[in-house]
Design a protein around this ligand. Structure first.
Ligand SMILES: NC(=O)c1ccc[n+]([C@@H]2O[C@H](COP(=O)([O-])OP(=O)(O)OC[C@H]3O[C@@H](n4cnc5c(N)ncnc54)[C@H](OP(=O)(O)O)[C@@H]3O)[C@@H](O)[C@H]2O)c1
Length: 232
């Protein structure tokens, strides 16, 4: 049987892009999304000829369904997008906070609402949360809250989409990801508190994502991938 389509929301860079590359290499048709249509199409073309780009903004959820219309034979849905909101109580930016809350809570949910008719029984879904749910830092209130919410969303999604499996991955700081390339202080701080003595890598997170997506017995799981940082 031909490989099903893998939809990766937030697939233009970082962890979503790395996973898109792995599925494209394995012969899957892949749909990646980003906010800008030209950038998304250009990244899709760089990854491979069976990769298509779709532009959508998860913080504008009423427009998501139209952007995803026509996608069929879905095997995996991956929700990897984020707009980082470094936002302290003392200098609180309400608009930025609302965008991130909408993006992960309403946007992730609306993607699954829009795509659920295209999901067959053996499909699986993966949400990206993050270890900020347990390891806060100054300014992380929104990030910590939405990633904590991802942990709970997995449970209702797994119930409502059954027998489709739904899991979440909660990475620690991914040292070689674009998100932290200009933040050596954060990498250093996390390294000193991580039992494996280093930050985790994009490839390690991607391997964990493939396990959650492909293992037919794993369902409703929130998996921390953090090198033990949570105990450090
Ligand atoms: N990297 C880490 O260290 C780390 C740690 C813990 C958790 N995580 C989680 O892992 C996931 C991936 O993180 P990352 O660091 O790899 O991400 P990233 O490099 O910052 O990439 C974010 C992706 O999300 C897309 N995006 C941004 N805003 C969007 C919006 N409003 N609507 C739709 N798409 C949007 C971006 O596309 P465009 O820019 O092209 O629009 C891009 O493809 C996130 O959920 C994050 O919370 C990452």
């Amino acid at each position: 049987m031909a490989a099903g389509t893998v939809v990766i929301v937030g697939g233009t860079q970082g962890l979503g892009r790395r996973l898109a590359e792995r599925f494209a290499d394995d012969g899957h048709p892949v749909v990646i999304s980003g906010r800008d249509s030209e950038r998304t199409a250009a990244v899709a073309a760089q990854i491979g000829s069976a990769v298509r780009g779709v532009a959508l903004d998860l913080a504008e959820p009423t427009q998501i369904a139209a952007s995803l219309a026509g996608i069929e034979n879905v095997e995996h849905v991956v929700l990897a997008a984020i707009e980082r909101d470094s936002n302290t109580l003392r200098e609180y930016d309400i608009a930025k906070a609302i965008r991130l809350v909408t993006l992960k809570l309403v946007g992730y949910t609306e993607v699954l609402h829009a795509l659920h008719p295209a999901l067959h029984d053996t499909c699986s879904v993966l949400l990206y949360g993050g270890l900020a749910k347990e390891r806060p830092y100054p300014g992380s209130t929104t990030v910590t809250s939405v990633n904590g919410a991802v942990e709970t969303m997995v449970r209702t999604f797994a119930l409502e989409l059954a027998p489709v499996r739904v899991n979440a991955l909660h990475p620690g700081i991914v040292g070689d990801s674009p998100a932290w390339e200009n933040n050596a202080a954060m990498i250093e701080a996390v390294t000193t508190r991580t039992p494996i003595g280093r930050t985790i890598t994009m490839d390690e997170v991607t391997d964990a994502a493939l396990f959650l997506l492909r293992n037919g017995a794993v369902n409703g799981v929130n998996l921390n991938v953090d090198g033990g940082w949570v105990f450090g």
